[in-house]
Design a protein around this ligand. Structure first.
Ligand code: SF4
Ligand code: SF4
Ligand code: SF4
Length: 385
């Protein structure tokens, strides 16, 4: 067995063990749910005190980020580390000087969607009623929060045996809505709806605003994450069949339920949320590259109506699209013939289109119609700001 396979096997084994025993590691002991938020309570002191776990997570994240920066600066000052560490240094886009910073309508719509859906996933049920609760959307928005507008598919995917025990109409509603969203939207939901995606994008924005250098992932680093993603997928689907519970270490339980004021016990998920936030600060959407639900959503990417298209004759092979892509999709700029460069990992965030400096070289399309195209002027004006 070579060294790489050995390291992968050890990491995967540790992940499986940690996942199985996650319920043992209490991050923040909170009472089990005795709190139901009402619309009147939302902005009261009583409700704000329920957000203490979020504050703790935020504080630990800030401490972790400062510690990482200090360690990196220390290592960078030592010549012996400069070589190996250089690969971790940020490229221009990871330093906050992003190509084409000019705000586009597409990006505004994306952020409005993410923030709006976050509010709906936290308080939608309280504000608008529970009439949409039969709809299951495949995003990581923990359904432990009964106040959210819709169900999230992740719970039943992680507890298939419970799904089988539902009444027939419940099973039909779950399968129809989950499959419908996967087939029609796929990972557009990752780019526009998922609260975990929003949390990671907010961390990325904070890093850009503070001008801290990020980490530029190499292709080898992305490859190293592939087995971890497979293990996560296996754990999500299979852990409940052997007496475990994926939710005990899913970081999403430390987001929407806690933001809703729900009194959940944060076992390993609280720790992991801190790591996810620190990681996404330095590398945008790092968790999304190993997220099992995101991978499942991408499976139907060949038939989904949202596509990334490339005009290879207009492309000058500058690589700006690859550098901007949070999912590390290389075929964006290596493709020389095919017009369709949609990838299973694509979250339709539009960053590649925004940063491409050639007119119409890249476009995001819906049913063949352009909804966002690359423009030289946008990039040039971005540099001028
Ligand atoms: S890949 Fe990211 S955005 Fe998509 S479901 Fe997973 S955490 Fe959410
Ligand atoms: S290919 Fe483009 S739209 Fe897809 S994830 Fe990468 S940057 Fe976002
Ligand atoms: S950013 Fe545009 S021009 Fe540059 S490699 Fe990508 S598609 Fe080609």
């Amino acid at each position: 067995m070579n060294k790489k396979a050995l390291v992968t096997a050890i990491v995967c084994t540790l992940m499986v063990l940690a996942a199985y025993f996650a319920w043992q590691f209490v991050f923040f002991e909170y009472e089990t749910n005795v709190y139901t938020t009402t619309a009147e309570q939302l902005f009261t002191i009583d409700h704000l005190t329920k957000l203490v776990p979020l504050l703790i997570i935020g504080l630990l994240t800030a401490i972790g980020i400062v510690a990482c920066i200090a360690v990196r600066n220390y290592l960078m000052r030592r010549d012996t580390f400069r070589g190996p560490f250089a690969a971790w240094r940020g490229t221009p886009s990871t330093k906050g000087h992003v190509h084409g910073r000019r705000v586009s309508a597409f990006m505004v719509v994306r952020w409005v969607c993410m923030v709006g859906f976050f509010a709906l996933m936290v308080f939608g049920g309280v504000l608008l009623g529970q009439r949409y609760s039969w709809i299951s959307i495949p995003v990581l928005s923990c359904p432990a929060n009964m106040s959210q507008l819709t169900e999230a598919s992740c719970y039943y995917l992680a507890h298939l045996e419970e799904l089988a025990g539902l009444p027939l109409m419940g099973i039909v509603a779950f399968v129809a809505s989950t499959l419908g969203f996967v087939l029609v939207f796929g990972r557009v939901l990752c780019g526009f709806v998922c609260p975990m995606g929003l949390a990671q994008d907010v961390m990325h924005k904070i890093r850009q605003a503070t001008k801290v250098e990020g980490i530029a992932m190499t292709e080898r680093m992305y490859q190293a994450l592939v087995p971890i993603r497979w293990v996560m997928l296996l754990l999500m689907i299979g852990l409940s069949f052997v007496g475990g519970n994926f939710c005990n270490f899913c970081p999403a339980i430390a987001l929407t339920p806690v933001a809703a004021g729900l009194s959940v016990s944060l076992y390993a998920s609280g720790f992991l949320m801190v790591f996810v936030l620190i990681a996404s600060f330095f590398k945008r959407r790092l968790f999304c590259t190993i997220c099992p639900l995101g991978y499942l959503m991408g499976l139907a990417y060949r038939i989904q109506p949202f596509r990334i298209k490339k005009d290879c004759t207009a492309c000058t092979e500058c690589g700006a699209c690859y550098e901007a892509c949070p999912m590390g999709i290389k075929q964006l700029y290596t493709e020389r013939e095919k017009a369709d460069v949609t990838d299973i990992s694509c979250i339709m965030c539009g960053e590649c289109v925004r940063c491409c400096p050639e007119d119409r070289a890249l476009s995001l399309t819906l049913l063949g119609r352009d909804i966002y195209v690359s423009k030289r002027l946008r990039v040039v004006q971005g540099y001028g700001r």
